[in-house]
Write a protein that binds this ligand. Structure first.
Ligand code: 2RA
Length: 351
């Protein structure tokens, strides 16, 4: 019998992208798709591969008969329900932060460590955070060939990383400043937002995002680190299986709706040239190389949003650091950064 797939969090921002991905896969190996959400969204109708489905309320029974349950819900909902789904016989593929660093839960990027899906004593597999994921296909491919030893990254993260509230806030802020000559005096963007009925206290971001960049994502951790920066470090180590990898990240929110970018400075045990890196990227099916500086060709979020691959450009050999490359990566944070990677894991489980 064809396997049963559940999507928990079907009505959220990532859930919507997940349904789009399911609707557009060339082949669809699932017999039944079950859409699951909170009581508030239960009863809603959504179309998956031409079939109108009714969203059902989350309950233990909702997982009966399910082979793979994909979770796109907040940490506390996953923490409670993914183990219940597993108890009911499903493999839970979870996109929250609830299990990523659990030693009994593999953290999987199919291009890098698909073999780990088999090691799941809790019946749960984790999907990495979108910032880590946005560079992993590219960095993982280089690591396989040249052996990564150090990683320094700065992120340029889109508003949609903060969910639908982040998207709504950015649009509202852009509307509020459109046509206004602000941004030349300290505080005038915030004043314009306040005057337009957008107080700072209502924002998911700690500073105006329109006409600005905000060096903060996530919550405060020890010694001034933001949780997002520690996720990049810890998750990159776990995915590539390099527990002592030296990593330093600075995470920055930019006024882009969707697609995270990262400036990556990667050092390897072995020498690596730009031409060799190009070969590695060209050989990785999920990476698209756009690197023609003479003609100002490089990836930008506005060019790649909505696409599945990881886009790489600006590949340079670092002038003052041996065995080191600098490059720029863009990846749609809602697709490969979230929904697509989760779905790829789900498909691999039944493949
Ligand atoms: C962000 N990476 O961009 C987070 C979302 N998971 O805020």
């Amino acid at each position: 019998m064809a396997p049963v797939l559940a999507l928990v969090g079907a009505t959220g921002a990532v859930g919507g992208v997940m349904i789009d991905i399911m609707n557009n896969r060339p082949a669809f190996p699932w017999g039944e798709v079950r859409l699951i959400a909170s009581a508030r969204s239960a009863g809603k109708k959504m179309t998956v591969r031409g079939q109108e489905l009714t969203v059902v309320e989350i309950s233990p029974e909702a997982f009966d008969g399910v082979d793979v349950a994909m979770f796109d819900v907040p940490d506390e909902i996953s923490a409670r329900w993914a183990p219940i789904a597993a108890e009911r016989g499903a493999v839970a593929v979870d996109n929250s932060g609830a299990f990523r660093m659990d030693a009994d839960v593999p953290l999987v990027v199919p291009e890098v460590n698909l073999d780990k899906v088999a090691e799941r004593p809790r019946g749960i597999i984790s999907n990495p955070n979108c910032t880590t994921l946005s560079m992993m296909a590219a960095v993982g491919a280089l690591h396989r060939k040249f052996q990564l030893t150090e990683l320094v990254v700065a992120s340029y993260q889109a508003a949609s990383g903060a969910g639908q509230g982040g998207i709504d806030r950015l649009y509202a802020e852009l509307e509020a400043v459109a046509g206004k000559h602000v941004g030349n005096r300290a505080g005038d963007v915030a004043e314009a937002l306040e005057a337009a009925g957008l107080p700072a206290a209502d924002s998911p971001f700690p500073a105006p995002l329109a006409m600005n960049v905000v060096p903060w994502a996530g919550s405060l951790k020890e010694d001034g680190w933001a949780s997002e920066e520690l996720k990049v470090r810890n998750e990159a180590r776990k995915i590539m299986g390099i527990p002592d990898l030296k990593v330093s990240a600075t995470c920055v929110r930019v006024p882009v709706v969707t697609t995270h970018s990262l400036a990556v400075h990667a050092t390897f045990a072995n020498p690596v040239t730009v031409a060799q890196a190009h070969e590695v990227f060209d050989a990785q099916p999920s990476v698209v190389l756009v690197d023609d500086p003479a003609n100002l060709k490089f990836p930008t979020p506005a060019d790649v949003v909505g696409g599945d691959p990881t886009y790489v450009g600006r590949v340079r050999q670092a002038l003052d650091f041996p065995n080191t490359l600098d490059f720029f990566v863009c990846g749609d944070n809602l697709r490969k950064g979230a929904a697509l990677n989760t779905y790829e894991i789900a498909e691999a489980l039944i493949g």
